[in-house]
Write a protein that binds this ligand. Structure first.
Ligand code: ADP
Ligand code: MG
Length: 326
């Protein structure tokens, strides 16, 4: 696939969780340290994201909603560049095309800009009092694309996807404090103190996070590190195995199984570890055929990485077994 295929429009916003993902990534790109997310009816009624990032200058607000106006992509290696999650310059345009969007943004406390768009049309912009940062309110998602609306699953399924995305972003950014509320109830809250284990406590609970083991390992091409649960504190689903490359979450079947393999026979059948693993690597080793919005990626030297992950986890668990009564 060519790069232009990879960035093809219209594939960005498939469901409410895609909106949450893109807007939360924008907040992170804007160097926010606090990101507060509120959703109602699994995002179909309302998605609100408030950040304390750098904001947008008044004259740049209309441009931010233009497709590709801000595309920063230069080479495929940028896909896994550590410094920026956004690169296609089409998320805001795509969201505004299929919803009712209000943005309030300011680069300093004081005066800011409020813009209202619906179905891709910029209806109003005005000056407004605002704190530094950006607030996006998305209502009536897919109001003008009934086929897309039909495709959206039950609210429980959609909410689970939103929770999953926010949790994964939080794990990739322990320096950012996230809150996620659904229908008025707090769903997750992370501390944002820069400590991954503390972030895990906000997501999985204090006792689960505390019992996890830190591990690391490296070879010439990869550095892996993260937290894994003890073999007797596993979960019934492998969705609790989270993988990141350079802080960006990915899905990869073989690497997920490398984590499981690290436990060898210590795992009970049908039980999976709770694990979060970050892989630091040269972005050039990520397969260029990866689709930027689909998290499934292929890597060159995948078998080598697989072995490194399994072995690092195995060694860490072996070390633990040396402690009596552990
Ligand atoms: P991309 O993130 O790929 O550049 P987007 O459509 O997501 O494209 O955003 C367009 C531009 O709007 C961004 O490049 C950024 O300059 C600006 N922007 C979007 N969200 C925010 C935000 N929360 N804070 C500051 N600037 C933002
Ligand atoms: Mg973006």
């Amino acid at each position: 696939a060519t790069l232009s295929n990879q960035i093809a429009a219209g594939e960005v916003i498939e469901r409410p969780a895609s909106v949450v993902k893109e807007l939360a990534e924008n907040a992170i790109d804007a160097q926010a340290t606090q990101v507060d997310i509120t959703v109602e009816e699994a995002g179909l009624k309302l998605i609100e994201i408030l950040d304390n990032g750098i904001g947008i200058e008044a004259e740049d607000v209309p441009t931010a909603f233009l497709r590709h106006a801000t595309s920063k992509i230069l080479t495929t290696r940028d896909l896994f560049n550590v410094h920026s999650l956004g690169f296609r310059g089409e998320a805001l345009a795509s969201i505004a095309a299929v919803a009712d969007v209000t943005m309030t943004t300011a680069t300093d406390n004081g005066l800011g800009t409020k813009a209202h768009l619906r179905g891709g049309k910029l209806l109003t912009t005005e000056e407004t009092a605002s704190r530094r940062g950006t607030q996006l309110i998305v209502r009536d998602l897919f109001f003008n694309t009934p086929a897309r609306l039909k495709y959206v699953k039950s609210q429980n399924t959609e909410l689970a996807r939103i929770v999953d995305i926010v949790n994964r972003l939080a794990m990739g950014h322990p320096e950012v404090a996230f809150t996620l509320r659904h229908n008025g109830k707090m769903v997750s809250r992370t501390a944002g103190h820069g400590d991954l284990q503390q972030t895990l406590a906000g997501i999985y609970g204090v006792s689960a996070a505390k019992s996890m083991l830190f591990f690391e390992g490296e070879d010439l091409d990869f550095k892996v590190s993260g937290y894994v649960s003890l073999p007797d504190t596993t979960r019934a689903s492998q969705q609790y195995i989270s993988l990141m490359i350079n802080g960006r979450y990915i899905r990869n079947y073989k690497l997920t199984h490398a984590v499981i393999d690290g436990y060898g026979s210590k795992l009970m059948v049908g039980r999976y570890p709770l694990a979060v693993i970050d892989i630091a690597m040269d972005p050039l080793l990520v397969d260029v055929n990866v689709h930027p919005t689909k998290a499934e990626v292929r890597l060159s030297k995948e078998d080598q990485l697989r072995a490194l992950i399994s072995q690092s986890i195995r060694e860490r668990l072996a070390k633990e077994n040396l402690i009596p009564d552990a």
